[in-house]
Design a protein around this ligand. Structure first.
Ligand code: PEP
Ligand code: MN
Length: 263
């Protein structure tokens, strides 16, 4: 039984219906060329939603913090050329108008799931929101964060299970497949999975993605980089472009076993 109410995005795309949306792209927008290479490959594979961080929530203040406005401009230019949508993160209330201007879906990161002023601010504007689960948050706390957004008006919310903190350092996080199945059964909001942050390891992204689709996920958010060894963030969990077509092919097979279509 699913109770998902589909959400209309731009360019006639819908999430939460029969289509599974594969959103992909680099962790951070590093340059025009880097982002273009990923978008070109996605376009050739029939994918429509480009991810990329312009404002990055980095654990260390000395790590690459993103290109900011320049990153948003790069994303927009490339997405428009290929007729794609953009998803990018807003880190705070101050930069929300900028991210909302350039981006089609506004991502709220794991570290900000309970940043209430930000939740209220995205609730007061119309663009769809991707609300990531806090890495130490319960499902109930996550759904309460959704209520904070909807209480201000915006009902266009996509949930994203991105892994929660466990005790085993072999993987970066623990993908909570239960959460995907539970949200699918009990919530009206579409749910997607981020196998990249959930595992922290490129070699596990295929398996975690398969499991997510099999559990009912309405989409995936996957990090892809033309040269992961040189990525300025999250290279260890990014798929290289060479393996991306095989990945998409594999996910399409799982989607089809679930009676769904992956785009
Ligand atoms: C990201 O998507 O690049 C990101 C920073 O994710 P999270 O908020 O899940 O850590
Ligand atoms: Mn990342």
């Amino acid at each position: 039984m699913t109770n998902t109410t589909p959400i209309s995005l731009f360019n006639n795309l819908t999430i939460g219906g029969n289509d599974i949306l594969l959103m992909a792209g680099p962790c951070s927008v590093e340059s025009y060329e880097q982002t273009y290479a990923v978008a070109k490959s996605m376009h050739a594979l029939g994918l429509r939603v480009l991810r990329g961080g312009a404002f990055k929530p980095r654990t260390s203040p000395t790590a690459f913090q993103g290109l900011g406005l320049e990153g948003l401009k790069i994303l927009r230019q490339i997405a428009d050329e290929f007729g794609m949508l953009i998803i990018s993160e807003a880190l705070g209330v101050e930069q929300l108008p900028l991210v909302a201007e350039y981006s089609d879906i506004i991502q709220i990161g794991s570290r900000n799931m309970q940043h209430f002023p930000l939740l209220w601010a995205v609730g007061e504007q119309p663009k769809p929101i991707l609300l990531k689960r806090g890495f130490m948050s319960t499902i109930q706390e996550w759904l309460s964060a959704v209520d904070h957004i909807t209480s201000r008006g915006n009902q266009n919310i996509i949930l994203c299970e991105r892994g929660i903190r466990g005790f085993d350092s072999s993987t970066r996080n623990v993908l909570d497949v239960n959460a995907i199945a539970l949200i699918k059964e009990t919530s009206q909001f579409p749910i997607i999975a981020d196998p990249s942050h959930a595992t922290g390891r490129t070699d596990l992204v295929f398996a975690a993605s398969r499991a997510s689709i099999a559990a009912g996920a309405d989409g995936l958010l996957v990090e892809v980089h033309p040269n992961p060894d040189e990525a300025l963030s999250d290279g260890d969990q990014s798929l290289p472009l060479e393996s991306f077509p095989a990945f998409v092919d594999d996910m399409r097979r799982i989607a089809s076993a679930m009676g769904r279509n992956l785009i």
